[in-house]
Design a protein around this ligand. Structure first.
Ligand SMILES: [Mn+2]
Length: 317
C-alpha cells in the first residue's frame, strides 16, 4: 500500500519508542545504529527507550553504543507492575510495554513503536508522520499468522464488549506499530487489552499481539508489507517459523520481499545475536550494525541527567 503524504506538524509531538530489558541492549543498539544510518533529515529524531527492570549499567551501554548526532535518545524507566500477566518462553515482560506507551509517554500524540529485535533499512520519517486514514493504529499483516482465527474470534467477552469478531479478519504483527496516542487514551485501548489478557490468560498465545488484534479487528491501517519482514529464508528451514501467508503473498515472492525490505524483524526464538542463527543475508544484515558492540566498553557517560528527565511514578491504566 503506498504511503499517504506525511501530515504537517504531526512529528512535533511524535517519537520513536522502543522497550527493552537487560537482555536486549545489544540488539536495541544495533537497531538504533541502523536507524541512524538511514536517516536523511538533519533534525535529530526523538527516541524514547522504555526500560524494565532499570539498570544503570545497561543504560550506560545503550548511550555509549548509539550515535548521538541524529538521534536524541532518552532512556526512561518503565515503572510499572506487570505482575500477574502471563509470560511465554522467549517473550519477556518488556513485550507488554508497547501497550503502556500512552501512559508512559504522556507528552506524545503519536508513537512509532519498534521491537528491539528489528533492523531498519530505510528512513523512518515517512512512517512516523504517515496519514493513518482515520485509524488509531497502523501495522503490517503477519505472514506467519495472517488471520485472526477462531481461537481469538470465539473467546467469550464478559469483561470487555469485544464480541462477534470475524475469524477471517486480517491479523497484524505487533513488532512495528504506528500509534495515535490521543485516540488510544480516549478509547481506553490499554485497559481493554489488559482486561483481555487477565480474562483469557489460558487462551492468549501472543501476549500483547492477540489482545491488540482483537481490539483493533477490522479497523487498523495496513502498512506496506516491507515494513515488517521476517527472515523467512533462514527461519523456514529451521522449523521455528511456518508460512501461512500463501493467500496474501505467494511463497515464491518471499525472496523478493526480503531483498526489498524496509525493516527486518527477527521473530521466533532464534536470534541473530545468539549462537544458532543460520548463516545468510539476514544474519549479515544484523551483524553489519551490531559488529563491534559485544566488545565495546561502557563509556564514561554521565547518565544521571537523562535518567530523571522523563516522568516517573506515572499512573498506568
Ligand atoms: Mn519481535
Amino acid at each position: 500500500m503506498p504511503y499517504r503524504p506525511a501530515l504537517p506538524g504531526v512529528c512535533e509531538r511524535a517519537a520513536l519508542v522502543l522497550a527493552v530489558d537487560a537482555n536486549y541492549i545489544r540488539p536495541a543498539s544495533a537497531l538504533l545504529r541502523s536507524i541512524h544510518r538511514f536517516r536523511r533529515s538533519r533534525e535529530p529524531l526523538k527516541v524514547i527507550v522504555l526500560m524494565q527492570p532499570w539498570s544503570r549499567e545497561t543504560v550506560g551501554q545503550l548511550y555509549s553504543a548509539v550515535p548521538s548526532r541524529r538521534l536524541r535518545l532518552e532512556v526512561r524507566e518503565a515503572r510499572v507492575d506487570l505482575g500477574g500477566l502471563p509470560l511465554m518462553h522467549h517473550l519477556t515482560a518488556a513485550a507488554y510495554l508497547r501497550l503502556l506507551v500512552p501512559a508512559l509517554c504522556p507528552e506524545l500524540d503519536r508513537a512509532l513503536y519498534l521491537d528491539a529485535d528489528m533492523i531498519v533499512l530505510r528512513d523512518l520519517d515517512d512512517l512516523l508522520g504517515c496519514d493513518l486514514g482515520g485509524a488509531s493504529l497502523a501495522a503490517v499483516r503477519d505472514l506467519g499468522h495472517p488471520y485472526l482465527g477462531r481461537r481469538l474470534a470465539e473467546l467469550p467477552a464478559s469483561a470487555t464488549r469485544i464480541v462477534g469478531l470475524d475469524p477471517r479478519r486480517e491479523y497484524f504483527n505487533s513488532g512495528l506499530l504506528v500509534m495515535d496516542l490521543r485516540a488510544w487514551r480516549r478509547e481506553g485501548i490499554t485497559g481493554q487489552c489488559l482486561e483481555l489478557l487477565r480474562e483469557h490468560r489460558a487462551s492468549i498465545r501472543y501476549l500483547d499481539q492477540d489482545p491488540l488484534n482483537m481490539v483493533f479487528a477490522g479497523r487498523w491501517f495496513q502498512l506496506d508489507q516491507r515494513w515488517n519482514v521476517f527472515p523467512f529464508t533462514e527461519l523456514l528451514a529451521t522449523g521455528t517459523l511456518r508460512y501461512r501467508g500463501e493467500q496474501v503473498l505467494p511463497r515464491r515472492s518471499l525472496p523478493g520481499l526480503e531483498a526489498d525490505a524496509f525493516a527486518i524483524h527477527y521473530v521466533t526464538v532464534l536470534k541473530p545475536w545468539r549462537p544458532g542463527f543460520p548463516p545468510g543475508e539476514n544474519l549479515r544484515r544484523f551483524e553489519r550494525f551490531a559488529g563491534d558492540l559485544g566488545a565495546r566498553r561502557v563509556g564514561n557517560y554521565d547518565v544521571t541527567r537523562e535518567l530523571r528527565s522523563g516522568p516517573t511514578g506515572h499512573p498506568v491504566v
